[in-house]
Ligand binder design. Sequence first.
Ligand SMILES: [Zn+2]
Length: 242
Amino acid sequence: MIQETKTFECRVCKSPNIIRNGTNRCGTAQYHCKDCGTYRVLSPKPVYSETDKQTVLRAGLERCSLRGVERIFDIPRQTVVRWISTHIQKLPTVADTLLPASPDDILELDEVWSFVLKKADPRWLWTAMCRRTRQIVAFAIGDRGKATCLRLWKAIPDEYKHCHTFSDFWTVYQHVFPAETHHGVGKETGETAHMERWNNTLRQRMSRYVRQTLSFSKSDLTHQMFTQWFIVQYNLDLSLTI
Ligand SMILES: [Zn+2]
């Protein structure tokens, strides 16, 4: 058996003359110092610097699962999730990250498979990429049917709606995208090559899109949140290099 004895002293006056004093509203143990009279938390939570936070956030975008982040940085998962959701709320929308459209821009479309909670519960990520800027101009997550395709179409900003679009032969596209500008093509034509390559990037960088992954989203909200984060950051990084 291993027993460890930890000695606490007053954090204000360093006196050992302290007694337990229940818990605060968050359930953290408190003490009362009989010498200086203070009531404080026994073991205060560590304060993380902004640099720590940024490093942890970047790790979340580099195929690192939440549990992985927790193990590497020794920061509770709940704390990481809180940072991520605060960070995501402050991010611009996908449309706000886009460079101005050109009259002859072309969009490449594709759907990529993933799942929420279990493999029997697939979620398709539909994306539209601008061939010139390589930015993701819109995305939608859902089933592989018309409703999700329609959400993708609606998510495409107006200034990109005139673009010619290329996708595989998945029939749903033909029912949603305008016949005058949409083209269903085979992979061998290379017309959707950039979009397909991006899917590989996504699978390599986001743990929840890796095939055979053990790291997956437990809810649609998390799935949407992480995907949006990845796309917005991807677009922002691109707009800095163009
Ligand atoms: Zn004291």
